[in-house]
Design a protein around this ligand. Structure first.
Ligand code: HAM
Length: 416
């Protein structure tokens, strides 16, 4: 029997991988401009880290983690998200001792045992950023702006930003009581999920799609915020407006991870079946201390790359890296063929993406190959041109053709 990939995983083949490279390149480029530096942490960590970090009562820890015992009898978990590992590394490597705020980013696979549906995988990829060491609401706003700009620069349309404040643990505890007073009388009418969430994490009940209509008169966490929370939230909103980032306030927004304090936000867009959240994040002022570090604040985001790419496809967005090669070199005749091997090597080492035929095909088949690769140019070398030291250069978009000296082809292509 032939093997098949595991459910919820994907092979990313040539043809699709270019979209991944495009999106990853945009992420790296934007991080460079915002001065976030890359951090690479292990794909597996001690299970306790996620239990403590992500939270015992979250869906992730309760039912979605890939956990196993290794040969040394340790409980290991494939990372279900990036924040806990980055914070562990921040503490372990004492990055908090550095004079500046640690602004870090990562791109890589995460693992959650989730029910399969469009946009939901068991191995998926996130682009995430974490800023550790500052309580300044300007960083919350910058993080939100970075995510928004990322979606904009990859070419997605219609991405909405929703923000909320989930307060401090004390604010949340008081709100929890108010909310339970509202929910308990309707307990029997709520769906099974809501009923079990009411016990474990009542704030998440408000997130339920099925029962949304019943929550119209539910108390809002924004009415329970204390002065410190209000000031922080107001500043985040002001900075976002100053930067021209459009957002809406969603007082029901509660994220699926326990570590958030103050700012919580999500990016939403239509086009991936039932799923509309494509990224999210928030502030986590208690997390560093929770996992054994000093009392240091943090804020960050995680954007799903599968969902980004699915939306790009759904919107048929033009990617500016669609051209796979700059030039396809066609040889006609034996002498020309020999020269093409040398010429293609020269082009490639000069920084030009060049391709040629290796199957002894006729000119027409070679031109089709150039089309498939979306070559910007084809360069055609016959024995006659070779004798004159020239090559015919054709721009594929316009069909325009001219002769160029062989010796200057590389420099010519570099300028266009
Ligand atoms: P999260 O909301 O759990 O947050 O995940 C962030 C994004 O990862 C989601 O919005 C979604 O695009 C993608 N994602 C999550 N699960 C799946 C899945 N099963 N299949 C495909 N995509 C998925 C976090 O993970 C936080 N660590 C974000 C953060 C960073 N908060 C602060 N810093």
């Amino acid at each position: 029997m032939a093997f098949q990939k595991s459910p919820g995983t994907q092979d990313i083949l040539p043809g699709a991988v270019e979209r991944w490279q495009y999106v990853e390149q945009k992420a790296r480029d934007i991080c460079r401009r915002f001065n976030f530096r890359e951090i690479r942490t292990p794909i597996f960590e001690a299970t306790d880290l996620f239990q403590r970090g992500v939270g015992e009562t979250t869906d992730i820890v309760e039912k979605e983690m890939y956990t196993f015992t290794d040969r040394g009898d340790r409980s290991i978990t494939l990372r279900p998200e990036g924040t806990a590992g980055v914070v562990r590394s921040f503490v372990e490597n004492k990055l908090y001792g550095e004079p500046d705020v640690s602004k870090l980013y990562y791109i890589g696979p995460m693992f959650r045992y989730e029910r399969q549906q469009a946009g939901r995988y068991r191995q998926f990829h996130q682009f995430g950023i974490e800023a550790l060491g500052s309580v300044d609401p300007a960083i919350d706003a910058e993080v939100i702006a970075l995510g928004y700009t990322f979606y904009k620069e990859v070419g997605l349309k219609g991405v909405r930003v929703e923000i909320n404040s989930v307060g401090t643990p004390a604010v949340r505890a008081a709100f929890r009581e108010k909310l339970l007073a509202f929910l308990i009388p309707m307990r029997e009418e709520l769906c099974k999920d809501c009923q079990s969430r009411m016990e474990r994490n009542p704030l998440r009940v408000l997130d339920c799609k099925t029962d949304q209509a019943r929550f119209e008169n539910a108390p809002s966490i924004l009415d329970s915020l204390d002065e410190e929370c209000n000031i922080h939230f107001d500043k985040v909103k002001t900075y976002l407006s100053d930067m021209g980032i459009p957002f809406t306030i969603n007082p029901r927004l509660v994220r699926g991870l326990d570590y958030y304090t103050h700012t919580a936000f999500e990016y939403k867009a239509e086009g991936i079946g039932a799923i509309d959240t494509i990224g999210g994040g928030g502030r986590y002022n208690g997390l560093v201390a929770e996992i054994g570090g000093p009392d240091q604040p943090g804020v960050g985001l995680g954007l799903g790359l599968e969902r980004t790419i699915m939306l790009l496809e759904h919107q048929e967005a033009e990617l500016d890296n669609a051209h796979q090669v700059d030039v396809y070199v066609v040889a006609l005749g034996e002498a020309a063929e020999r020269e093409v091997t040398r010429l293609v090597y020269e082009l490639r080492t000069s920084g030009i993406r060049a391709e040629r035929d290796y199957l002894g095909r006729k000119m027409k088949a070679q031109m089709k190959s150039a089309d498939r690769l979306q070559a910007r140019y084809t360069a055609i070398l016959g024995d006659d041109e070779l004798a004159r030291g020239e090559i015919a250069l054709k721009e594929m978009a316009t069909g325009e053709q001219r002769l160029v000296a062989l010796a200057s082809l590389a420099s010519e292509l570099k300028t266009i």
